[in-house]
Design a protein around this ligand. Sequence first.
Ligand SMILES: [Zn+2]
Length: 349
Amino acid sequence: MANAFIRLNKMVLGSVRIGKTKHPLPNNMTFKLSLLFLLAVLSSACQSPKSSDSEVIEKSITQEKPVMSFTFDDGITADLAGYQFEDWNEMILSQLDSNQLKATFFIRGDNKLNKKGQFLLQSWNDRGHKLANHTFTHPYYNSDKNTAKVFAEELSKTDTIISKFDNKINLFRFPYLKEGQNEAKVDSLRQILSENNYANGYVTIDASDWYINQRLIARLKEVGQNQEEIQKFRDYYLDHILDRAKYYEKLSYEINGRHINHTLLLHHNLTSALFLGDLIQRFKTEGWDIIDAEKAYQDKVFKQIPEPKYAGESLIWSLAKESGNYKDSLRYPAEDSRYEKPAMDKLGL
Ligand SMILES: [Zn+2]
């Protein structure tokens, strides 16, 4: 194998000699190239010729760690508790940039037609994030009045708005994660999605960032941009998101028998602006891999569509419900302010 490695190096690097003699390439570049060739040789040499293609693929997609990606819903253009809209939006984007991370934004359309709305979409698009569909007016589809016809119109309006951007993708996220109040409705909405070449932009990890955000803004309006207060909210927020992530990851591992690529539901809001960098760091510290949301959606778990009867909430919640093994332990709604309020009250948040 060592000989093969040297031969390969000679062949590809041409006159470049590895060793004590001079080499025109900088040391570190030669080293990197050598390492790449070594890895290539090792990987081809170590694959058993007897293993079938499917075995090899199966091996390569088995992940040793839980994997996280970030998605943001809605998109708003308001100043928040003294933070100018352009500034707090930039805070989210720069924290994604500094982690070399691309997110997917699920866009509510009705506030994106004016100048600020267009600025927002442009800012996400130009920084390489994906733009996906989250209806025009954010209807609640478990209600009778929001029919399949309403659904088709809402999908199409926002599709027109985001189609102007290079980074538009055909994923759709249901507002409130509600896919219809009965099986026939779920079927008809799914049919419309598929006729329009859309797939469900499933959430695997649901949480209540929106509620912490709401309370943080109320507090900062009272006390101003007080760093001590912000720190207390940051601690609660990080613990809450990690707690929910671990819960859904455990459930998911039991159901799927492996670590999947997760898609975390966050919102375009002040908690994301203030805490996203710390959240990413916390996931890394706790042993999660972090990847781009678009890549996360390539996981085959997203092809596992639950029966209409179990539609709604996060994908993992639905699959758990469908499995029939969690009848007593799954709460409904899966996530809500009602679960966070007592704890936040107690902490004076
Ligand atoms: Zn939403």
